[in-house]
Design a protein around this ligand. Structure first.
Ligand code: KG4
Ligand code: ZN
Length: 352
């Protein structure tokens, strides 16, 4: 017989969103609050770590309060606390981790230490259960990875970016095109009126069969396309507005082609039935359409998190925390955050 519901408070402060959420039994989202700092970083065209940390310090307690209130609970109803401990900006991670440890100690409830990328992979399960094993594409502002999961907590890396993340390429290309920050949603919107075949931007596949990614070349290609080979990295006037939709659509199509081809190939070569896509770039309308189309052709189920759970949030952290704790993986109170990714690459034998 199932025990009483397990209500976990999730806390996420790895980058530029201060987020808290309460999730029951790893599946039902009782509340999910995200205090975005986007407006603070917009004028710099990227996340400024010092500004991010100061904003987390101000927002972390009110955000946790709101999450508990919106769940209709009080602090003493919480059964555990889960927090992102890696990867991310170290100063930003420390703030969420300090809050989580304090609550865990005060309430006398267990603590779960969550890997942010693994949490992105879990996010679609908050909509409906996931079938394992699966392959997941996690594409965000800081990471682009292909993962193989045999359960929510048994995950290995299949491929990763060798330079820029896909989201970073969207943000930089948008800045060259004179679009707003963050660039992903701006390019997605601008591309709707454009021709994806107008410019043949490079599709970097690396060596044949590789599951790794590279997006630095396309970023430079957008700059050269707009300003010629002597373009400076900064200080260029944006291209004329009428040229932007074709450039945005062509850039987006090239990035999506690479993400889709490598993801479908990795899923087929691992023999899984489900392909998951998460992280901020998985909000992209063209990526969602193309991945669904290509996966259907080869009989793969494709699962996306709802857009609000693709970008950074704490519901995915609380959800995965439930599985870590039920697997007996409670974190000690002296757990320390790390900016790096402690993933196993053991499954990465040869190419897929
Ligand atoms: O997962 P996320 O919220 O934060 C990180 O962990 O990085 O991802 C943010 C990234 C940004 O680079 C943003 O431009 C991108 O996701 N993004 C998109 C879209 N929405 C957000 N990229 C392409 N199309 C979108 N619709
Ligand atoms: Zn993220």
């Amino acid at each position: 017989m199932a025990g009483p519901p397990m209500r976990i408070l999730g806390i996420e402060t790895s980058c530029d969103e201060t987020a808290a959420a309460v999730v029951e039994d790893g599946a039902r989202v009782l509340s999910s609050v995200v205090a975005s700092q986007e407006h603070l970083h917009a004028k710099y065209g990227g996340v400024v770590p010092e500004i991010a940390c100061r904003a987390h310090v101000e927002a972390v307690v009110p955000t946790i309060d709101q999450a508990i209130q919106r769940a209709g609970l009080t602090l003493d109803a919480l059964d555990a606390v889960a927090v992102t401990t890696c990867p991310g900006l170290i100063g930003a991670l420390l703030i969420g981790v300090a809050a989580a440890k304090t609550l865990s100690w005060l309430l006398g409830v267990p603590l779960a230490a969550v890997n942010h990328i693994e949490a992105h992979l879990y996010a679609p399960a908050l909509d409906a259960p996931l079938d394992y094993p699966l392959v997941g594409l996690i594409a965000s502002g800081g990471h682009t990875m292909l993962l193989h999961a045999t359960s929510p907590v048994d995950i290995a890396v299949v491929g990763t970016t060798t330079d820029d993340a896909a989201g970073e390429a969207f943000d930089k290309a948008a800045s060259v095109l004179g679009l707003s920050y963050p660039g992903g949603p701006a390019i997605d919107r601008a591309a709707r009126g454009g021709n994806p075949k107008a410019v043949a931007f490079p599709r970097t596949m690396l060596e044949p069969g590789s599951s790794d990614f590279s997006f630095s070349g396309i970023k430079t290609a957008v700059l050269y396309e707009c300003y010629g080979r002597n373009a400076r990295g900064r200080g260029n006037a944006p291209p004329p507005p009428e040229a932007v939709p074709d450039l945005a659509a062509s850039f987006q199509e090239a990035v999506v082609d690479v993400l889709v081809e490598k993801s479908v190939r990795a899923a087929l070569s691992r023999g899984v039935g489900t392909l998951v896509a998460g992280g901020g770039v998985a909000c992209n309308s063209r990526l969602r359409a193309r991945l669904a189309e290509e996966a259907a052709k080869v009989g793969l189920r494709v699962r996306f998190a709802p857009p609000a759970l693709c970008t950074d949030n704490a519901a995915m952290v609380a959800g995965l925390g439930h599985h870590l704790l039920t697997a007996g993986r409670e974190a000690p109170l002296d757990v320390t955050p790390t900016p790096y990714l402690p993933f196993s690459r053991s499954l990465r034998k040869g190419k897929v």
